[in-house]
Design a protein around this ligand. Structure first.
Ligand code: HEC
Ligand code: HEC
Length: 204
């Protein structure tokens, strides 16, 4: 009998030891709470990563191709009807982008639209580049249209072709286009904070 009580208490002591031990480590205690709160492991490049998650989305890359052909949909297939950049990124005369793409989405025909719909100039190509390479290109005045960091910030947070990505309309097959993976407000805040903190591009 004595022996079993001894064993029983030993087991209890071991269990409580394990419980206490498991509460150490990364957890933080709030004196008002019994349960520990998990300390969030903060990403030092959180703003950069939010911004790049948006930029890598097909809604952006489709218009920043590495050839002269705009891309379509989430798989980035070449634009139907043999559409290409033409002389000034607005398509060839007979089939100008604006022949089909109006100032707003046409949800009946499935043609997306926004003011100044055209292909990003060749030097602003992003398709096929890594996050880091895109960020570098975007901040390089030789390739970004001579923009300062401040001007790039305005383009990224205010330009109508950028904002279109969060209201991309309905596809020709009647289903909605995917929007970028970060909500617009959160993305804008991240871009502004990233630029304000020196636009640091991490190694990977
Ligand atoms: C309909 C086509 C289209 C879409 C969609 C589009 N862009 Fe662009 N983008 C352009 C064009 C055209 C320019 C050149 C405008 C200029 O230089 O004034 C450009 C230029 C830029 C620039 C400035 C150049 C540089 O390299 O820094 C940035 C930044 C940019 N786009 C970001 C984006 C982001 C982010 C998205 C998605 C949220 C996006 N774009 C979606 C057509 C598009
Ligand atoms: C003959 C009509 C027509 C012309 C001209 C045209 N487009 Fe399109 N475009 C469409 C249609 C229709 C879709 C939608 C396809 C779908 O969603 O299935 C589309 C989709 C797109 C998309 C895909 C958007 C996305 O993220 O999925 C881009 C980018 C695009 N067009 C760019 C251009 C550019 C740039 C030009 C001029 C160089 C142009 N288009 C000329 C009809 C046209």
């Amino acid at each position: 009998m004595k022996k079993s009580i001894f064993l029983y208490s030993l087991v209890l002591i071991l269990i409580s030891g394990a419980v206490v031990a498991s509460n150490y480590g990364d957890d933080v205690y709030d004196s008002n709470l019994i349960a520990p709160i998990k300390k969030s492991k903060k990403d030092p490049h959180e703003n950069y990563n939010k911004m790049m998650d948006v930029i890598m989305s097909p809604r952006c890359i489709n218009c920043h191709p590495n050839d002269h052909v705009p891309k379509q949909a989430d798989d980035g297939h070449p634009h139907y009807f043999g559409i290409a950049r033409g002389e000034n990124n607005h398509g060839f005369q007979a089939i100008n982008c604006a022949t089909c793409h109006q100032n707003t989405n046409n949800d009946y025909s499935g043609v997306p639209g926004a003011p100044e719909w055209s292909l990003a100039p060749a030097e602003m190509f992003w398709e096929g580049l890594s996050r880091k390479e895109i960020a570098e290109s975007m901040m390089d005045p030789v390739r970004n249209g001579g923009r300062t960091a401040e001007e790039t910030m305005h383009h990224l947070t205010e330009h109508e072709l950028v904002l279109w990505a969060w209201q991309p309309g309905i596809k020709a097959d009647g289903t909605p286009r995917e929007i970028p993976p970060v909500p617009l407000d959160e993305y804008k805040k991240a871009v502004k904070a990233w630029i304000a903190n020196g636009a640091v591009i991490p190694e990977n």
